[in-house]
Design a protein around this ligand. Structure first.
Ligand SMILES: [Zn+2]
Length: 300
C-alpha cells in the first residue's frame, strides 16, 4: 500500500568523537550513531529527532550508550582519524580531557594528606557556586602557596562539617506549624460571609471577594505562624545543636545561601532547610553578635 505521509525511522551516523570506552577502558575514537524517528511526506523526511544514541569503540568494536550533549563536536571519519587521540579529545570531548587530567593530578598529589583531606571535604558539598569555586582552587593546588593551601583546607573542612550538620538538622525544621490554624481562619472568613446582612452580601463582587479573602487571610496567618516557629526553632534548637557540633555559623549561612531552592515533590532531605533558609539566615543574622561572642569565648 502506498502512504503519502507516515512515520519514518532509521539509524544515522552522527560522526566520530574521542570517548572513554566502558568495555575496554581505553580513550579511543568512537563512532556515534543515533536512532532517528520522524515523519515523511512522499518519502521526503519533514521532521526527525534523535531518540537514542550509542557509540562503537574503534579499539574493541563494542557498542555502548553515550550522551551527545557532552560532545563539543562530532567529526567526519577522515578528519577524526587524521588527528591524534589527544587532539580529537580537544576538539570533540574537552570535558573528558579535563576529567582525565584531574584524575592524573589526584593520583600525583595522593601522597599529600592535606590535598586528599580537602578533596574529600569538597566532595561532601552539593553542586553549586561554593563547590565550583573550591574545586577550581583545588585544581590549582600545586600553584598555591602555603597560606592559600591552609585557607582552602580550613574553608573546605568547615563547609563539609556545616553540610553534615545541615543534613542532620534539616528533618527537624517545624514545617507544618500553623497549617491547621490557617485552614480554620479560611473557614471562619467563609462562615462569616453567611451572617453578613443581605443588603451587603447582595452587593456586586461580595461573593467573589469573600471566596478569595478566606484563603488569602489563611495563607497570611499560616506564613506568619510558620515564620515565627522557624525563628523560635532556630534560636532554641539550631543554634544550641550547632554549638554542640562545633560548626562555624558563618560557613553554615554560606551553605544555606548556596543551596538551590526546594523543588516541589523532590525527595531531598535538605528541602526543609532550602524552603526556610531565608528565615533561618535572617534569624541567625539577628543573633550574629551573641554567636560570635560565644564562639570566641569557646575558642579562648
Ligand atoms: Zn573499547
Amino acid at each position: 500500500m502506498f502512504f503519502i505521509w507516515g512515520p519514518q525511522s532509521g539509524v544515522r551516523d552522527l560522526g566520530v568523537v574521542a570517548e572513554l570506552c566502558p568495555q575496554c577502558a581505553y580513550v579511543m575514537p568512537c563512532r556515534v550513531f543515533g536512532k532517528v524517528e520522524g515523519a515523511h511526506i512522499f518519502f521526503i523526511p519533514v521532521a526527525s529527532g534523535v531518540t537514542e544514541v550509542a557509540a562503537i569503540c574503534s579499539h574493541c568494536q563494542k557498542r555502548f550508550r553515550c550522551d551527545i550533549n557532552r560532545y563539543k563536536a562530532m567529526l567526519s571519519e577522515f578528519d577524526a582519524f587524521s588527528l591524534t587521540v589527544d587532539e580529537l579529545l580537544d576538539q570533540t570531548n574537552p570535558s573528558l580531557k579535563a576529567r582525565i587530567e584531574w584524575s592524573r593530578k589526584c593520583e600525583e598529589l595522593g601522597d599529600d594528606p592535606r590535598f586528599t583531606q580537602t578533596l574529600r571535604s569538597v566532595d561532601e558539598l552539593r553542586p553549586g557556586l561554593l563547590m565550583t569555586r573550591l574545586s577550581k582552587e583545588l585544581r590549582r593546588w600545586d600553584q598555591l602557596d602555603e597560606a592559600q593551601r591552609a585557607n582552602l583546607t580550613r574553608e573546605s573542612s568547615e563547609l563539609a562539617r556545616a553540610m553534615k550538620f545541615a543534613l542532620s538538622i534539616s528533618t527537624q525544621v517545624p514545617e507544618n506549624a500553623g497549617c491547621a490554624i490557617g485552614f480554620l481562619i479560611c473557614l471562619a472568613v467563609w462562615g462569616a460571609a453567611f451572617v453578613v446582612p443581605a443588603s451587603i452580601s447582595k452587593s456586586n463582587g461580595f461573593v467573589l471577594g469573600a471566596a478569595l479573602a478566606g484563603p488569602l487571610l489563611g495563607s497570611v496567618v499560616y506564613q506568619f505562624i510558620v515564620s515565627h516557629q522557624v525563628r523560635q526553632w532556630t534560636r532554641e534548637v539550631l543554634v544550641p545543636e550547632g554549638r554542640k557540633s562545633g560548626i562555624s555559623f558563618q560557613h553554615f549561612v554560606s551553605l544555606l545561601e548556596d543551596l538551590s531552592p526546594a523543588r516541589t515533590r523532590s525527595a531531598d532531605v535538605l528541602d526543609p532547610l532550602k524552603e526556610y533558609g531565608q528565615t533561618i539566615r535572617e534569624e541567625l543574622a539577628t543573633l550574629e553578635v551573641s554567636i560570635d561572642r560565644h564562639n570566641s569565648e569557646s575558642s579562648s
